[in-house]
Design a protein around this ligand. Structure first.
Ligand SMILES: [Zn+2]
Ligand SMILES: [Zn+2]
Length: 55
């Protein structure tokens, strides 16, 4: 069996899941790689909830 891994395997800084590349900046050499699921959460925390004006 060939266990040769092409490229490095990143670990999500959010949940610790193994990912091929950073889903946030799509960088394969990102020091803070993060998975897609955590990107949504991370962005959701930064962006305030949209308040509907009017009524
Ligand atoms: Zn994650
Ligand atoms: Zn990144």
């Amino acid at each position: 069996m060939d266990e040769a891994i092409s490229g490095e395997v990143f670990v999500c800084r959010g949940c610790g899941d193994a990912i091929d590349s950073c889903e946030f900046c799509d960088g394969e050499d990102c020091p803070n790689a993060i998975c897609y699921g955590c990107v949504i959460i991370d962005i959701g925390q930064e962006i305030p909830e949209p308040h509907t004006h009017g009524g």
